[in-house]
Design a protein around this ligand. Structure first.
Ligand SMILES: *Cc1c(COP(=O)(O)O)cnc(C)c1O
Length: 395
């Protein structure tokens, strides 16, 4: 296992040489490693206040960040709850949804989640996620959810229509299911699912932990469907990927349902490092970068480069489901035995490493999700390596 010593832009320096970080260090690094503004903000904040209890106290970076997030989030989200990972941002969302109904004495507590979903690795988020080899051992601890078929069309919508009647909330990864295999579905279906939830009063939770901060071509994936979720989960790219921080945004109605002199209605969730000042300062710098640098142009450029990079595989019979959503490109090795490449995943990963590329296929799905600073020449290296892998491993 190579030891990594430095990061710079799209590159990692290991003890054995350079690696192009084509998966953004597990989808977190957005602008590139060590963006100067984020690093400066971290250093500056570290010199002022490292950590403070966030119950009964507040601080400038957390307040600025909350305001900044409400400004850029889909209209209608008014409150921000901080935590420290994608999983906790989703746990918080699920707890908010349950509390919303319980505090009104309405017995709605079922969660609806998508087939192939991934929402994290805590017990609650595993429950909402697809069941499989990764969580089989913990199955006895997981709670039941209503499982909605992967959004394909009328069948999914009809099923949701039925499930939504008395459910507490639907949770979705908007437009693309990440860990489930970079499976995409159209914005139109997302908008229709939101509409059905609205008609039944079911809360709509958008888990934008992966899709947030530009990945799908827009700042948030929900924008492409023109929807505002009742609850929005953010993490990975929130600090540009430099530090762990998460935020769960919600509507005034959800806030109000928990805001009461009656202590039993409190939103009970706290953790030691809620709104850590250094992490908030890093995230505040990230929002400044989005405001002041041409990030949207970079993202648009990367979307075009990804589509172009994939084009050479469009008619390649060794691949199928060649797809691109914004800055995320993915393609599936065609194999007769689907377990074949999953078993050879480590070998495939090692093949890419040997060529100076950090890629980490999900089963037989190869995906490319680089930081936005990546150049066309660098992406060429990635697609050349995928072509070479096809020659070596393809059927
Ligand atoms: C990564 C991810 C999570 C979990 O985030 P962690 O920070 O790893 O806990 C949740 N939801 C989605 C959609 C993710 O991609």
């Amino acid at each position: 296992m190579p030891r990594v010593d430095r990061g710079e832009g799209a590159w990692l320096q290991t003890e054995h040489g350079r690696l192009l970080d084509a998966i953004s260090s597990w989808w977190v690094i957005t602008h590139g490693h060590r963006h100067p503004r984020i690093i400066a903000a971290i250093k500056d904040q570290a010199d002022r206040l490292d950590q403070v209890i966030f119950a009964g106290f507040t601080h400038q970076p957390a307040e600025d960040l909350a305001r900044g997030l409400i400004d850029i989030a889909p209209k209608g989200l008014s409150h921000v709850f901080y935590s420290d990972s994608g999983s906790t941002s989703v746990e918080v969302a699920l707890k908010m949804a349950l509390g919303f109904w319980r505090n009104q004495n309405i017995p709605r507590n079922r969660i609806i989640a998508l087939e192939h979903a991934y929402h994290g690795d805590t017990v609650g988020t595993m429950s909402a996620g697809a069941r499989g080899v990764f969580n089989a051992a913990y199955e006895p601890l997981l709670f039941d959810v209503a499982r909605l078929p992967f959004p394909r069309g009328p069948d999914t919508l009809a099923a949701l229509e039925d499930m939504a009647k008395d459910a507490a909330a639907l949770i979705v990864e908007p437009l693309i299911l990440g860990a489930g295999g970079m499976k995409t579905y159209p914005a139109e279906l997302l908008a229709k699912m939101k509409n059905i939830c609205e008609r039944h009063g079911t809360l709509f939770i958008a888990d934008e932990v992966m899709t947030g901060f530009g990945r799908t071509g827009t700042l948030f994936a929900c924008e492409q469907a023109g929807i505002t979720p009742d609850i929005l989960c953010l993490a990975k790219g929130l600090t540009g990927g430099a530090l762990p921080l998460a935020a769960t945004l919600c509507t005034p109605e959800i806030f109000q349902a928990h805001y009461s002199p009656d202590r039993s209605r409190t939103f009970f969730h706290s953790s030691s490092f809620t709104a850590n000042p250094i992490a908030c300062a890093a995230a505040r710098a990230n929002l400044e970068i989005w405001r002041e640098e041409p990030v949207r142009d970079r993202v648009a450029g990367l979307c075009a480069m990804q589509a172009e990079g994939l084009a050479r595989f469009q008619d390649d019979r060794r691949f199928e489901s060649v797809r691109c959503l914004g800055t995320i490109a993915a393609l599936d090795f065609k194999v007769s035995d689907p377990g074949y490449l999953a078993g050879r995943g480590p070998e495939l990963t090692a093949f890419f490493h040997a060529r100076g590329i950090l890629l980490r296929p999900l089963g037989n799905t190869i995906y490319v999700m680089p930081p936005y600073c990546v150049t066309a020449a660098e992406l060429d290296l990635v697609y050349d390596a995928i072509g070479a892998a096809a020659s070596q491993f393809g059927g």
